[in-house]
Design a binder for this molecule. Structure first.
Ligand code: AMP
Ligand code: GLY
Length: 423
């Protein structure tokens, strides 16, 4: 079987590594992939958003199955386009990917179907949004409606910050069209949990839970990033919380999407906050999380490709999805200065001894050498019996990977460790 993976980050590298375990797959192509992924798949320089380029390539190569992982091609209808050419896919169609593509859509969905989430108002008029802020409790949360590279959420501590955020989005078009509409919502408090789940639109099978570390600096300080590290499982996701999430959030979401005529098939990501009033949805993503995937998939014991095809063919109910009860930790090595400005083009050295535990996010191959090419450069994942060992080992691996100006948070897993010890 020839399999195509659309995307080119650390998450795609983790997906590709896992797919390689299936012996029925003879070839894996990555569009565009990256210099590190090139060791595990054939990379072609076709952008993940070039939908017609991707479909033309898939037809030309006789691709048997495609996995679409990034948000933008999913929202742009990459799965729809490939399916039109008769290529089965893993990933939602555009009409279901809107659950991530529009925050206004997802908030209205949750309100309509009684799925617990922060209270909110939506605005497409600047003056109305500013008037509302005058009486809104602070802090408050301002979200651009559309995709914004994970940066479209502003937590405003006071009225002045809130006004600036709304004006930036709606008037100054800081996030382009994505910010023409905004959601203003209640500020929630509590630990966050990421749960990725396989669903074929009928059955939902959650994967092991995880915890992201979104801020650039230690102790959750500094700017929001795409994610500086992850651990799995997440100690805040107890069995009792999991049972409530299934009952109050996961099953109702699948039912809601079906009722709207938008069946969701693929990986649905629930960004949850465990508040004192119970678990609430902070956000949905229509895809695997990055860098959650880099800790979740290494713990998957079942065959990923078998599960993916079962999702496509709506056979998930009878398909085994089991996870090991070990722990995983992923430490991201980023270019110093990320998520703002940073230098690229430094030589990246990954010793052979740790190669299989390093997922490459931002590197290109030039004359046989890996050079850094992004903000997040690699994710170093360790799996171990206990969380302290996994954290220790992940930092040990990170210590063996070299490039100039490498930066990592020193406290990945620290909060989870504390929570686990308090338990
Ligand atoms: P998102 O891009 O939607 O994942 O939001 C980024 C981060 O903003 C989340 O991971 C939360 O830490 C925070 N956040 C989003 N919505 C809220 C909210 N209603 N209350 C408190 N924090 C929030
Ligand atoms: N790690 C959060 C995300 O993938 O959006």
């Amino acid at each position: 079987m020839k399999v195509l993976v659309v995307g080119g980050g650390g998450r795609e590298h983790a997906v590709i590594r896992k797919l390689r375990e299936n012996k029925g797959i003879t070839e894996i192509y990555a569009l565009p992939g990256n210099g590190g992924i090139a060791a595990d798949a054939k990379c072609e320089p076709i952008a993940a958003t070039d939908i017609s380029g991707i479909t033309a390539f898939a037809v030309e190569k006789g691709i048997d199955y495609a996995v679409v992982t990034p948000d933008d091609p999913l929202v742009l209808g990459c799965v729809d386009a490939l399916e039109e050419k008769g290529i089965p896919c893993f990933g939602p169609r555009a009409n279901a990917a809107i659950i991530e593509g529009s925050k206004v859509f997802s908030k209205n969905l949750m309100k309509k179907y009684g799925i617990p989430t922060a209270r909110y108002e939506t605005f497409d008029d600047l003056d109305a949004a500013l008037a509302y802020l005058e009486t809104a409790p602070m802090p408050t949360v301002i979200k651009a409606d559309g995709l914004a590279l994970g940066k479209g959420v502003i937590i405003a501590r006071n009225l002045a910050e809130a006004r600036t955020a709304v004006i930036d989005m709606m008037q100054n078009a800081r996030f382009g069209k994505s910010g023409e509409r905004v959601v203003i919502e209640e500020f929630l408090e509590g630990p966050e949990v990421s749960v990725l789940a396989f669903t074929d639109g009928k059955t939902i099978k959650p994967m092991v839970s995880s915890m992201d570390h979104k801020r650039a600096g230690d102790n959750d300080t500094g700017l929001n990033t795409g994610g500086m590290g992850t651990v799995a499982p997440n100690p805040y996701y107890t069995e009792a919380v999991a049972a409530r999430c299934m009952e109050e959030i996961f099953l109702p979401t699948i039912a809601a999407m079906n009722a709207e005529g938008r069946p969701f098939k693929g990986c649905l990501y629930f960004g949850l906050m465990i508040t004192k009033d119970g678990p609430k949805v902070i956000e949905y993503n229509c895809r695997f999380g990055d860098p959650e995937t880099q800790v979740v998939l290494p713990l998957l014991e079942s065959d990923l490709f078998t599960i993916m095809r079962a999702v496509t063919e709506e056979r998930l109910a009878e398909t085994e999805v089991t996870f090991s009860d070990k722990n995983a930790c992923c430490v991201i090595l980023a270019s110093k200065g990320y998520p703002e400005s940073y230098q690229k083009g430094y030589q990246l050295l990954i010793p052979e001894t740790v190669r299989e535990q390093v997922f490459v996010a931002g590197a290109k191959l030039q004359d046989g050498q890996l050079l850094t090419s992004g903000g997040r450069v690699v994710g170093c994942t360790a799996v171990a019996d206990t969380l302290p060992e996994a954290i220790h080992d992940a930092y040990e691996i990170a210590g063996q990977v070299h490039f100039e100006n490498a930066y990592c948070r020193r406290d990945i897993g620290a909060r989870a460790l504390k929570a686990a010890q308090e338990d």
